[in-house]
Design a protein around this ligand. Sequence first.
Ligand code: URA
Ligand code: SF4
Length: 230
Amino acid sequence: MPRRPSSLETAAPLIPESPTLDKLREAAAGCRACPLWRTGTQTVFGEQEDRPRAGQPRVMFVGEQPGDQEDRAGRPFVGPAGRLLDEALETVGIDRRQVYVTNAVKHFKWGEMQGKKRIHAKPAYGEIRACKPWLEAEIRVFRPDVIVCLGATAAQALLGKDFRVTKQRGQPLHSEYARVVVATVHPASILRAPKAEDRHAQLKAFIQDLRVVADLLNGLEVGEGVSAHP
Ligand code: URA
Ligand code: SF4
């Protein structure tokens, strides 16, 4: 039996040597590096549509953690937030097959119930830290040109604790993880806005941020790290 790390450790000892996506997914399925393995049904690892035919993904979208539907399906971004993301990608012309989607935290954390739906709870910093070796290994395996942080949790994991999405959203940033990193809001936050007009405005801003990503992928300004907003 492999040694299970205690709750104070991180997933680092579980990362296989010369990892591939399949090896990582298999190893992560048994991860108990933080207490969230008990609240989630299963580890929800990242994925790319139409693999391996689609080739290496060029862009990696990092969310917070799987939601209620993702936890049941065992796949990231298959619920309402994922549908919004898919539509926005289509709007800006990013081919879904070039995209790898994953989360900063790979088990579903939830607190209350609303009917049959389990309501998501924000992961703690220690849980983000414990899970980060999985995310770093995914980045090492794929070396995407662009990484997009969806919301504060992903931005905190990859850009540091003091990063503010509200201040620097939509800006191409230099990072150790990829040629360019862009942060924007989480699609679930758009869906949570109570008023239709706010949802509409937030969706517009989200699409504007994704256009920056689409331009980067089309070869404009890649590696320059300059703002795409003149
Ligand atoms: N929200 C996320 O952050 N990730 C998912 O996979 C689904 C919803
Ligand atoms: Fe492991 Fe991440 Fe799940 Fe915690 S959330 S048990 S670190 S896979």
